[in-house]
Design a protein around this ligand. Structure first.
Ligand SMILES: Cc1cc2nc3c(=O)[nH]c(=O)nc-3n(C[C@H](O)[C@H](O)[C@H](O)COP(=O)(O)OP(=O)(O)OC[C@H]3O[C@@H](n4cnc5c(N)ncnc54)[C@H](O)[C@@H]3O)c2cc1C
Length: 387
């Protein structure tokens, strides 16, 4: 078993760390009002990051899920909003596009993404259907060589910024899981409207977007039905990136806490000299290390998509771990931890997102629990514990 990253991975992480610490982290406060971090995407594009999940034939780097997870972790140590803004470029949208989109849309979109000028939005959640994806009502009706889309999506990220929307719909009103497909809708297509906007505790906006007789060419209907399995496969990638944000936020909060324990004095000594503080650091560090091992293992299992159980376990653990660790970081900082003077309150607000997006903790427990009941070996754990 080899726990070492490759030389290339170490160099990539060091480059991203330098850009994050020097440029991205100092700007982080200004995105709390919902401003989109375009300048940070540009900085990351300049070192090739926005194209790292795009196949080489389209000008990207075609790197692995583990590579993307390492980068997202590093960026999250500086800025939650910027790490979130990288999700579409490195996650489910890009992978669906690479696999299913028409050639001209791929070329156009990937060029913009690689330059850090385009982001993509994925629209799945609806007002009455979040976790229960198979209950979505937005419908794509095939009419000769066109598709007409009607419906409403909500809690959607990047609606004001995205150039392309990857929209999960029902196709021809076919009910249930069999009826789920996916259509690509370009920005400003007539009939598409932003109908709501919610400011979040993480800083970014989420949106409601409605489609009223939106027409696109038939070739934009990239999954014509029975798409739930394809969607869920691609989502296992997201289930390694979402916990990378959690891990990075926990690590960022931990780094701040160590510095604070060394610098802050009480009773004429650094607070890190008190066992109460040292034990907090030890527990935070322990939890981060567990999360990192689980996440890297899940990401490294990708072929091309990560093992669903490992991804679910890593996501569940890292999401909850980050809430705990960032909360402890605030405790270490005392009253200042609750202010905007130190980044730990920002890390905490961002960490709260993890258990909600990309499959809630409860849903993932169900997924893993069902698998255990069905397949856990009767003679107990074997080797690596995977089954
Ligand atoms: C920051 C952020 C960004 C997001 N960006 C996007 C985006 O870009 N595109 C998009 O499509 N969506 C996006 N979402 C929405 C997100 O995917 C949904 O919030 C999520 O799928 C949960 O759906 P819901 O909010 O409707 O909750 P519900 O499904 O209504 O769930 C409510 C509660 O019930 C629990 N629950 C539901 N079913 C079960 C069950 N079977 N067993 C046990 N418990 C259950 C859930 O775990 C949860 O705790 C985003 C959300 C956030 C917070």
């Amino acid at each position: 078993m080899d726990f070492e990253l490759s030389q290339e991975q170490k160099e990539m992480v060091a480059t991203v760390r330098a850009v994050t610490q020097e440029r991205i982290k100092p700007r982080a406060m200004k995105y709390l009002d919902g401003t989109f971090p375009w300048e940070n995407l540009k900085d990351l594009a300049d070192i090739g990051i926005t194209g790292m999940a795009i196949p080489e034939e389209y000008g990207g780097l075609g790197l692995s899920v583990l590579d993307t997870a390492l980068v997202v972790e590093e960026v999250a140590k500086g800025c939650y909003t910027t790490a979130m803004s990288l999700m579409p470029q490195l996650g489910v949208q890009t992978r669906i596009l690479a696999q299913y989109a028409p050639e001209d849309i791929k070329r156009r979109t990937f060029d913009g993404v690689i330059r850090g000028e385009y982001v993509l939005s994925v629209c799945m959640t609806e007002p009455h259907a979040g976790t229960d994806v198979a209950a979505i009502r937005t419908n794509a009706e095939i009419k000769d060589d066109r598709v007409v889309i009607n419906g409403t999506k909500t809690l959607i990220s990047k609606v004001d910024e995205a150039q392309l929307f990857v929209v999960f719909t029902r196709v021809n009103k076919v009910p249930g899981r069999e009826g789920i497909g996916c259509v690509l809708i370009e920005r400003d297509t007539p009939g598409m409207m932003r109908t709501g906007r919610f400011h979040t505790m993480g800083g970014e906006y989420l949106y409601e977007v409605s489609f009223e007789n939106v027409e696109v060419p038939l070739e934009n209907l990239v999954i014509k039905g029975d798409g739930l399995k394809k969607l869920m496969n691609a989502f296992n990638t997201q289930r390694c990136l979402n916990p990378s944000i959690s891990l990075g936020l926990a690590e960022g909060a931990f780094e701040e806490s160590v510095n604070y324990c060394r610098d802050r004095t009480a009773f004429n000594r650094p607070i890190g000299n008190f066992q109460g503080m040292r034990w907090k650091l030890a527990e935070m560090y322990r939890d981060i290390e567990v999360g990192r091992s689980m996440l890297y293992r899940a990401a490294a299992s990708a072929n091309p998509y990560p093992n669903p159980q490992l991804a679910a376990l890593a996501k569940m653990y890292c999401n909850e771990m980050a809430i705990r660790v960032t909360s402890e970081a605030i405790q270490v900082h005392g009253g200042y931890g609750f202010t905007d003077e130190y980044p730990v309150s920002r890390f905490y607000r961002g960490a709260r997102y993890g258990t909600l997006g990309g499959g809630t903790t409860e849903t993932l427990k169900e997924l893993v629990g069902k698998k255990i009941m069905a397949d856990f070996p009767h003679d107990g754990f074997l080797g690596t514990g995977m089954f």
